[in-house]
Design a protein around this ligand. Structure first.
Ligand SMILES: [Zn+2]
Length: 402
């Protein structure tokens, strides 16, 4: 675990120990910041005041990126920087946690972004006190709009807001499906691609008592939804993963009128780019044919969202070694068809997203992400900070752990 380099002899767990000690000693400030962020959540693309609160808590200068995002850099050693990403936005959910610091503005940090951002602030402030001894420059990215399109991560990538020399991008997310005290960090696809599917079926409107004088788009749409759902189970390898779920159906305005048009909207998820393309083509061909069988026209639109979140194998392997060395338990492999726009950062370099377990945590009522009673305990802030620092250290000095 030791190597000679420009910094002299380095011991990764020992170096981590310094950083972890600093983070732990700062946890009361981080918890206070978490409460402040939690009490005043803002929706995607409106996180300016959240960014201001974090900027004021940071011990280093920061600048705005991608609209309401915030970027801070620690360390000026030459060489590639390691980016740690946290998210800024809340959700349009009325909070029901009953916490003393609960939000009262109709928005809510129901996805743990308050925890992630407070933790990253603690990491930056700890790293700033040992800036000249850091193995690589640390860039903290407080990203806007993870929960809504246009994606904040996509904007950061498009605008090249992180600069040129990026060694890796890492992130940590709390998760109630993973046991408290353990971390899930796995190579390969861990979150799905997420595309929006719109099926618009056009028929011929008619009096509801005389359906034969028109072409019923509601019947055609219903058949199309069933056919599309059935077809993807026949085209996708049963050992692979993908899902099509419709969340909206819209048609008609009167009980006794067959409308001209019916529309369904949903989400399409896959764990590989090949399956993503295969499923999109399947939906398109089956929908068109099914609607035609009912005398209607189907227009299928697939708006591509976040790509598959594909964790870099080498980065993950080094981070797992470091986590093991500092005594953090690793959970069994964890993947889901959830989506996170963190996946866009793959365009800039290797990425690794890890999940911090909440299940069984003290003072935590088990609730899913995005639930109005979802409230990670304050102790999660230090856990997330420690994981962010571990990911940074293992990405920054790969030779230490090889
Ligand atoms: Zn989230």
């Amino acid at each position: 675990m030791k190597t000679k380099g420009g910094l002299g002899e380095i011991d990764a767990p020992a170096r981590g120990g310094q950083l972890f000690d600093l983070i732990t000693s700062d946890s009361s400030a981080a918890v206070a910041l978490r409460h402040e962020l939690h009490a005043r959540p803002e929706l995607a693309h409106r996180e300016g005041p959240t960014a201001d609160t974090i900027a004021a808590a940071l011990a280093v200068p920061s600048r705005r990126v991608a609209g309401t995002g915030l970027l801070a850099r620690v360390g000026d050693r030459p060489g590639p920087a390691i980016v740690i990403r946290a998210e800024l936005d809340g959700l349009p959910i009325a909070e029901r946690t009953g916490a003393s610091f609960a939000a009262r503005n109709g928005a809510m940090h129901a996805c743990g972004h308050d925890v992630h951002s407070a933790a990253l602030t603690a990491v930056v402030n700890a790293a700033a006190t040992m800036a000249e001894r850091l193995p690589a420059p640390l860039i903290a990215l407080f990203q806007p709009s993870e929960e809504a399109y246009p994606s904040g991560a996509a904007q950061v990538v498009e605008q090249r807001a992180l600069g040129q020399d990026i060694g890796a991008i890492v992130g940590a997310h709390v998760h109630p499906g993973i046991p408290w005290g353990s971390v899930a960090l796995d190579a390969g696809p861990v979150n799905a691609s997420s595309d929006t599917v719109t099926l618009k079926v056009e028929g011929v409107g008619a009096h509801a008592a005389y359906p034969h004088t028109g072409r019923d788009p509601i019947l055609a749409l219903a058949a199309t939804v069933l056919s599309a759902e059935a077809a993807i189970t026949r085209r996708l390898d049963p050992l692979a993963s993908g899902v099509l779920s419709f969340g909206r159906l819209n048609a008609g305005r009167a009980d006794n009128v067959i409308p001209h048009v019916a529309e369904a909207r949903g989400t399409l998820r896959a764990l590989s780019e090949e399956d993503r393309t295969l499923l999109a083509e399947t939906i398109e061909s089956v929908s068109t044919a099914t609607a035609a069988a009912h005398g209607c026209d189907a227009e299928v639109t697939i708006d591509r969202g976040a790509p598959v979140l594909d964790n870099d194998a080498a980065l993950v392997s080094r981070a797992r070694d470091l986590l093991g060395a500092i005594g953090v338990g690793l959970s069994p492999p964890w993947r889901s068809l959830g989506a996170d726009d963190f996946s866009y950062f793959r365009a800039l370099g290797p990425i690794a997203m890890a999940f911090v377990g909440l299940q069984g945590a003290p003072d935590f009522d088990l609730r899913p992400l995005h639930h109005p009673e979802f409230l990670p305990p304050d102790a999660a802030v230090a856990q997330v900070a420690r994981l962010q620092a571990s990911l940074y250290l293992s990405a920054a000095a790969p030779s230490q752990l090889s």
